[in-house]
Design a binder for this molecule. Structure first.
Ligand code: HPA
Length: 267
């Protein structure tokens, strides 16, 4: 007997198939303000989340809520333009349902992206960071009892693909540890000092659960953070979601070019 969670994943996967979504090779989750990457997809077809049975829809600004399927350099790709978050009240299973369904359809490579606050004082807004590892401070896991942890869930070869793409395009790419918190509020300066002492380089409110779920499905995972602001207490400025979205728009060209070029190095 499959669990309710598994049945929900299967229902979503069937719905995707009915919408003509077949096996894709590389799947992207696009974070706040980062949806513009989907415009790089050729032979593209967009399906609004609302038309897909069982796909939760985010109410957060900066998330279009569409699934875009098509190709990049002849590789079949899919992009989730927007995701749902735990802080909106969704469960960890709802947050990871799409990733599991896409993996069920045969996708073996995922690239998770997000907007994040920079903990490293030298990182300015607009910095791109390849995720080396993460710290899950969301107090939730999408893993089922039979699913085990895996050590570092981020794939070295995929990260090398990002590095190669960055070199080819002369885009600066940093590397660091992403800390996933529950949100919805930004952190306090004291929390950021704690996260820095813990080894965190960037902080956000997403990604970690989706990464764990994709790994549990046997897929390889890469992660990219766009540093949209200096984390609380570092610059002394007040943080706002509008600032996060604006930084995403400013960096959209570089971010999209990096992801587009990395596809050929990820197969
Ligand atoms: N903190 C948490 N999440 C974020 C931030 C931040 O500073 N910036 C963008 N997402």
């Amino acid at each position: 007997m499959s669990s309710i969670v598994e049945r929900d994943v299967e229902r979503l996967a069937s719905s995707l198939v009915r919408h003509g979504v077949g096996a894709v090779e590389v799947s992207f989750v696009l974070g706040s303000g980062l949806g513009a990457f989907a415009e790089r997809i050729t032979r593209a077809r967009a399906i609004p989340y609302a038309e897909i049975d069982g796909l939760p829809v985010s109410g957060v600004a900066g998330h279009a809520g569409r699934l875009v399927v098509g190709e990049i350099d002849g590789v079949r790709v899919l992009a989730q333009q927007g995701r749902v978050h735990l802080y909106e009240g969704w469960s960890v299973h709802e947050v990871t349902r799409a990733v599991r369904a896409i993996a069920t359809l045969g996708c073996r490579t995922f690239v998770m992206t997000n907007a994040a606050g920079g903990i490293r004082p030298e990182w300015r807004p607009g910095t791109l960071m390849a995720i080396r590892d993460h710290i899950n401070m969301q107090g939730r896991t999408p893993l089922r009892r039979a699913e085990r942890g895996f050590g570092n869930p981020y794939d070295d070869r995929l990260r090398a693909g990002l590095q190669r793409a960055a070199q080819e395009l002369a885009i600066e790419l940093e590397y660091g540890v992403y800390v996933g918190l529950l949100g919805p509020s930004y952190e306090t300066p004291a929390e950021i000092r704690m996260l820095a002492a813990f080894g965190g380089d960037a902080v956000g409110m997403s990604t970690v659960a989706e990464v764990l779920a994709a790994r549990a499905c046997g897929a390889r995972v890469a992660g990219v953070s766009l540093i949209t602001n200096q984390a609380a207490g570092i610059s002394g400025e007040r943080l706002s979601h509008a600032e996060v979205i604006a930084a995403g728009q400013e960096a959209a060209g570089r971010f999209s070019a990096l992801l587009e070029r990395s596809v050929r190095h990820m197969r």
